[in-house]
Design a binder for this molecule. Sequence first.
Ligand code: ZN
Length: 62
Amino acid sequence: MVCPNCKSKNIGKIGANQFYCWSCFVEMSIVKGVLSLHQVEEDGSLTSLDDLFEDYDMRIEL
Ligand SMILES: [Zn+2]
């Protein structure tokens, strides 16, 4: 699995369908085989990054 944001493989699993990229600090969740990306802000809130990616980039092989 590769981070769609920075193409890094430095990804850790933080939940059943949740992953975290240690290179760009983005949280990923997988819903029905499609990635949803969220940036974790300094105050702990999440900002969606889904608008930055095309559907093609968000589809992953499980
Ligand atoms: Zn990344």
